[in-house]
Design a protein around this ligand. Structure first.
Ligand code: PLP
Length: 452
């Protein structure tokens, strides 16, 4: 069921340059608005459609969106309007999901570190909860109110190994997530927990993400499926009703093509374990990156250019505050960069090797190293592509830089891009508050007291 306005998914999608030109012309970008994120509304809906289509033959599926990939209320509300659910991993994300309009029964709480109060709230609301470990299962047993509507599951780590990026590999031998299933006695302890607690009905696994090949992800899901069958066999009942198979589909950051696709993911699942898709277990998915990354870009103004040691460096407003992973792990998280003139149109100057650096005061704050790009000049714009997930919505407050504005775009009735504000830029006043402004005298008071 797609209840979003049909006009959002029709028409020729605007190009990045069209959107940039419009943003400059309307003052959303300019000398004093030097950086902003942009989200493709129709593109997001197309990604949701492709996900749905990939699972079309599977009897019972709830697709949830992993909120951390793009924790913006308007984005979550757009996704809620398509009938999706939402995966959250903190009280903040839960608050956003509720504000966006997701019914508690379509929300899944997955955090590895939940306080008692957080658990109590989720259980009272009827939000599904996946316990990270067996201690948490016992905590839930204590806190569960009578008549609790929450579907309750347990996360397991199938220990199938990691992909090419350690920091985004969840199913490694020593991973902090879930019950490490291959450890001696672990499977037995899991079966016993299900035996003890009749309300435990779901097995959760999330193998991912960026850098993990599809067969590895599918193998991890197949392990969870086998565990569910084992639990049912050992308890002599159909106890496990659902399998939450997580998200983690990697994204291609090299060009505009979507690959791998959700259809390829489903094919990999089918190959690893055909019974996974037969409808015996209700499936829950939790995709984030694969729905949003390619539907967003970041634009930043070139403030200065300089030469250093024979290399051209463009100093821009896009750095580690908005592209943290790219700056800290440049090889693993390289982003495509394009050069645009002051009006937003693609730049045609001849290409030279340049560093594209950011505004932070640390030397590694470079979003592209030695990249061949049309020669940049003051007042130009650089675009960081495929930045819709875990980028400008996961900002880092280094140097007290503001979280930038985010604008959604779509094709208007006249065929031109229409932009709408999704999030305003953080103000300097808000930054000061966040940095203890309300407690400005706090340490002076302590010093006075100590000095007596
Ligand atoms: C981050 C996360 C996801 C989403 O991962 P993507 O790579 O963005 O698809 C899903 N489930 C859990 C438990 C997560 O931590």
């Amino acid at each position: 069921m797609n209840t979003a306005a049909p006009s959002l998914v029709k028409g020729v999608p605007p190009t990045v340059a069209d959107v940039l030109e419009r943003a400059v012309a309307t003052g959303l970008l300019g000398p004093e608005q030097p950086v902003a994120g942009f989200l493709d509304t129709a593109g997001i809906l197309r990604a949701v459609d492709a996900l749905r289509e990939a699972f079309a033959g599977v009897p019972q599926v709830l697709h949830t969106f992993a909120a951390k990939a793009c924790p913006l209320v308007p984005v979550l509300r757009l996704l809620a309007s398509t009938g999706m659910g939402c995966e959250v991993a903190s009280p903040g994300e839960l608050r956003l999901a509720l504000a966006a309009g997701f019914e508690p029964g379509r929300i899944v709480l997955d955090s590895p570190v939940k306080t008692e109060a957080e658990l109590r709230e989720a259980l009272e609301l009827g939000v599904a909860v996946n316990a990270d470990n067996l201690a948490e299962v016992e905590r839930i047993a204590r806190l569960r109110p009578a008549g609790c509507a929450s579907v309750l599951g347990l996360r397991v780590n199938p220990q199938v190994g990691g992909g090419s990026i350690a920091a985004t590999s969840t199913a490694t031998e020593h991973s902090k997530f879930g019950v490490a299933l291959r450890d001696p006695g672990a499977e037995e302890r899991v079966v016993e927990a299900f035996a003890r607690h009749p309300w435990l009905t779901r097995v959760h696994v999330h193998v991912g993400s960026q850098g993990c090949p599809l067969p590895l992800i599918a193998q991890g899901v197949a392990v969870a499926h086998r565990l569910a069958a084992t639990i049912d066999a050992r308890l002599g009942e159909r106890r496990v009703t659902g399998l939450d198979i997580g998200g983690g589909l990697p994204v291609n950051f090299d060009d505009d093509e979507v690959r791998p696709t959700h259809a390829e993911y489903v094919a990999a699942l089918r190959e690893a374990e055909p019974a996974l898709l037969d409808g015996r277990y209700r499936l829950v998915t939790e995709f984030g990156r694969s729905l949003l990354a390619k539907n967003g870009f970041l634009a930043a103004r070139v403030e200065y250019v300089k030469d250093a040691g024979g290399r051209r460096v463009a100093l821009t407003h896009a750095g580690g505050q908005v592209a943290t992973r790219t700056v800290l792990l440049p090889d693993a998280w390289a982003l495509r960069v394009t050069a645009h003139g002051p009006d937003g149109r693609p730049k045609n100057a001849s290409a030279i090797k340049q560093d594209v650096a950011g505004p932070l005061c640390f030397a590694g704050d470079v979003v592209a190293h030695g990249r061949e790009l049309p020669e940049l000049a003051e007042g130009d714009w650089v675009v960081l592509h495929d930045a819709g997930a875990y980028c400008f919505t996961a900002s880092w407050s280094y140097n007290s830089l503001p979280r930038p504005a985010v604008h959604g775009f779509r094709t208007g009735d006249d065929g031109r891009p229409v932009l709408t504000t999704v999030r305003t830029a953080q103000t300097i006043e808000e930054i000061a508050r966040e940095c203890g402004l309300d407690h400005a005298d706090a340490l002076l008071e302590v010093t006075d007291g100590a000095a007596g």
